[in-house]
Structures are given as C-alpha cells and as structure tokens.
Design a binder for this molecule. Structure first.
Ligand SMILES: O=C(O)c1ccccc1NCC(=O)[C@H](O)[C@H](O)COP(=O)(O)O
Length: 261
C-alpha cells in the first residue's frame, strides 16, 4: 500500500461521514455556489511566469513545513507577488489543511483558487464550489477513466477548471479527454518521495497541445522553471519552497522578481 492508497482509504470514510452530516442542498445554497469562477487555465496561458503557489502546512514527505503562518496573509502575499493562482490543501489528516482554509483564502484574494484534495466523489466537487474554489484536482493514480470522465464533466458543468495529475505514461494515456483543462505532471515519486523534474520533461511531448501543461512538486529554482518552459510547461506548482519560509508571500515576491529579471 503506498501513501496515496492510505490517503484514499481514509478519504472514503471522511466523505461518507460528511455526506451524512452536511446535505448537498446545504452546499448548493452557499452564497459562493453561484459565484462566477476565475479560470486558472486562462491565467496560465496569459502569464509569463505561471506560478501556482501552494498553502501547505505539512505533508507525508516532510512532516511539518509551517504551522505558524495565517492562510489569509499567505494568500494576500501570493497575490501581491503576482502568482497566476493559489493551491489550497484541504486534507486535514495528512496535510493539516481544511475547507475553512479555502474559504479564508477566498475571502482574501481574487486569484484562481485550486482545491488541492484527493477527490474520489462528486460530493467533494460541490464542497469545492461552495467554499470558493475555481479549480479542482483529479489524480489519475486513484481514479479509473470512467470516474475521471464523470467527475471532470460535473466540474465543467459547475464552471470549475480541471487539473488532471499524472505520474507516468500509463496514467496519462488512460486520462486524456476533452473535459480536462490542464495536465499536471507530478515530479514526486510516491514510493520514495524523491522529486525530479526529469519526470515532467520526459512526459512533456506526450501531452497534447490542447491542454495547459503544469509541472508539480520539487520546484525550487529559477533554472528549473526556465528548463521546464523549454518543454512547453506554462504552470509551475510550488509548495514547500515558499511555505518553509517565515513569510511565504515575501518569498514568492523575491522568486517572481528574479524569474522576471
Ligand atoms: O507532498 C507530499 O509529501 C505528498 C505526498 C503524497 C501525496 C501528495 C503529496 N503532495 C501534494 C502535492 O502535489 C504537492 O503539495 C505540490 O505539488 C507541491 O509540491 P512541493 O512544491 O514539493 O511542496
């Protein structure tokens, strides 16, 4: 059993419990449910830097990253830095996040917000919409093609962008379909937790041009981004590199300034 299998086994229990406590009607009556969303894919296509900065308190690979910062300060700092979007981890058990983090980020910035979650059920898409998300993540390693199709089609009907994440060629081949907006290659090996941008580079020419290419995890240098851009990547998901500092927003400002210079 790898870490994703464990997370997903827990997620099934968590979603069943939430469904029994918070009915769909309650999510649909949220004031944010009918909000006009802000496309991350569009923002990335029109950006020179393409940074998606993440709020991440802890992780299975690193334990504690930053428990001190306030999500609203982080969101405002990232917006000031000029990121294209923000990713908010909402898993509690493994990442220390919550839907409240998403709501607080939404209340602070206009940026496209990605609900970074292990999505296995349509209910989680309704939660995402009700808490102010613009984008959802689908992870090919934990979903079959039919699930990817039905979840991504529901997301599109809710005006949510879809970022589909893969780790290898097999996951990519089973997932390609028109209801996806962005294809993300995760550079983290979930068995060893090693990160290598070579994963993104090696899969790049197999991603059709219709999708915005996003490289995820283990990105900490300007050189890595310049390198990945040569392979057609337009989006760069960065968590730990900003969150491990005292002031993630200020770190993002410095990083983007250097990237633009
Ligand atoms: O980060 C982990 O340890 C992890 C472990 C198991 C499943 C997912 C995991 N991370 C989620 C992410 O995709 C990253 O938070 C995101 O790509 C940012 O990565 P990084 O810049 O390396 O913090």
């Amino acid at each position: 059993m790898n870490i994703l299998d464990k997370i997903v086994a827990d997620k099934h229990k968590e979603v069943a419990l939430k469904k029994s406590l918070i009915p769909v009607k309650q999510l649909e009556s949220s004031v944010l449910f009918d909000r006009e969303t802000n496309s991350l894919a569009h923002a990335l296509r029109n950006s020179n830097t393409g940074i998606i900065a993440e709020h991440k308190r802890r992780s299975p690979s690193k334990a504690v990253i930053n428990q001190k910062v306030n999500v609203q300060d982080v969101a405002q700092g990232y917006q000031t830095a000029g990121v294209s979007g923000m990713s908010v981890l909402t898993d509690g058990k493994y990442f220390g996040g919550s839907l409240d983090d998403l709501l607080l980020a939404r209340s602070s910035v206009k940026l496209p917000l990605l609900r970074k979650e292990f999505i296995i059920d349509e209910y989680q898409l309704l939660e995402a919409k009700a808490h102010g998300a613009d984008v959802i993540l689908l992870i090919a390693a934990v979903l079959d093609r039919n699930q990817i199709r039905s979840l991504s089609q529901l997301a599109k009907s809710l005006s949510l962008d879809v970022l589909l994440e893969v780790h290898n060629k097999e996951e990519l081949e089973k997932s390609i379909m028109p209801s996806l907006d962005m294809l993300g290659v995760n550079n983290r090996n979930l068995k060893t937790f090693d990160v290598s941008i070579e994963t993104s580079k090696s899969l790049s020419n197999q991603i059709p041009d219709d999708f915005v290419k996003v490289s995820e995890s283990g990105i900490s240098s300007i050189d890595a981004i310049k390198d990945l851009k040569q392979y057609g990547y337009k989006g760069f998901l960065i968590g730990e590199n900003f969150m491990k500092t005292e002031n993630p927003g200020a770190s993002a400002i410095e990083f983007i300034k250097e990237l633009e210079s």
